[in-house]
Design a protein around this ligand. Sequence first.
Ligand SMILES: NC(=O)c1ccc[n+]([C@@H]2O[C@H](COP(=O)([O-])OP(=O)(O)OC[C@H]3O[C@@H](n4cnc5c(N)ncnc54)[C@H](O)[C@@H]3O)[C@@H](O)[C@H]2O)c1
Length: 384
Amino acid sequence: MSIGARIEATGAGEIPRVGIGMLGYAFMGKAHSNAFRTLAYMTWPPPLLPELVAIGGRSRDAVEEAARRYGYASAVGDWRELVADPRVDVFDNLSPNNLHAEPSIAAAEAGKHVVCEKPLGRSAAEAFETWQRVRAAGVVHMCAFNYRFVPAVRLAREMLEAGELGEIRHFRAAYLQDWLADPMAPASWRLDADEAGSGALGDLGAHIIDLGRYLVGEIASVGALTRTFVPERPGGRVTVDDAFEAFVEFEGGAVGTLEASRFCLGRKNAMSWEVNGSKGSIRFELERINELSVHTDGARGFETVLVTDPDQPFIQHWWPPGHVIGWEHTFVHELHHFLTAVRDGGSVRPHGADFEDGYRAAEVCDAIARSSASGTRETVTYRS
Ligand SMILES: NC(=O)c1ccc[n+]([C@@H]2O[C@H](COP(=O)([O-])OP(=O)(O)OC[C@H]3O[C@@H](n4cnc5c(N)ncnc54)[C@H](O)[C@@H]3O)[C@@H](O)[C@H]2O)c1
């Protein structure tokens, strides 16, 4: 079936409708449902008009409540029902990491376009297999690295592409949270290697690895340490890392550091990065999402650029200058970008992350884990 063949124009003006089937209704289910509903009117005219066809999870009562809350026409207790539903054109996979591969592959092989949350797989091998199978199905695919869709991040990418920072020497990124600092915080799927693959590494580290790749380029080698500070918690054993520290070398010659932790008291969702080039530096902090700090050669410090002008990335959808936007808007931009690719029958690249990007980030995660285990620097080898 050709891309978009089942997407039909209906009575809603000239805007074709696209049926959304969502797996998972909790944290990311809420963020993506909000984005589909919001983009339908804030990005007017949207590339396609999302129709919330069905949402799935494990417990029938809870899924039905979610369907009522977010506005889905039906609720299902098994993801296979979403894959079999002819009304579903887009399968949005927001389940725990152990359910990324099989449902995403099945959906693609049933002709659905697929969005899958990060990390694409619990290992590089699983992510590679998922990418290969979904690519072979000929559908549009996106790994949901939403931080590419922060206006300041896109502006940074535009500055880097234009050569405004000169030759890039450093990329330094951290993603710090504190929700596990309390040793009595209970175990959950995120702390179980079978379900999550890894801990802070695949959860938070994957985001900054992807941003490093998006802004600076491919990562060639890593040296790293991972640590599990609290191996036993109420409800079970912790079989993943709580934190990691890594130094990286980029193919283009830049060097950098990456770190992520769930044990940094006072840090809630503190993702930050800095790029240093021969002509200047740029710096970003997620908790100041509307700002990009820019240093140009000869200046005495950093200038704060407010990224809220209508000619800056994504702001045409929103408000007058200075009327700031938030974290949830990244999902609106991301899913708008995805639906544009579905409408046009193209790829989400280069600004969106596709399943190949999801796989490549997983290869770096695996290399970080390998380096910690071996005590040596590891080359990142990408399968072709
Ligand atoms: N892009 C981001 O910023 C971001 C942020 C948080 C999470 N994530 C990713 O999104 C995914 C989901 O994370 P979350 O925070 O929403 O998790 P969550 O625990 O809040 O929600 C998981 C959902 O999956 C459902 N589920 C669990 N097991 C299931 C099963 N066997 N069958 C069907 N449904 C099942 C649960 O009912 C729930 O609705 C993860 O892969 C995570 O890494 C991404």
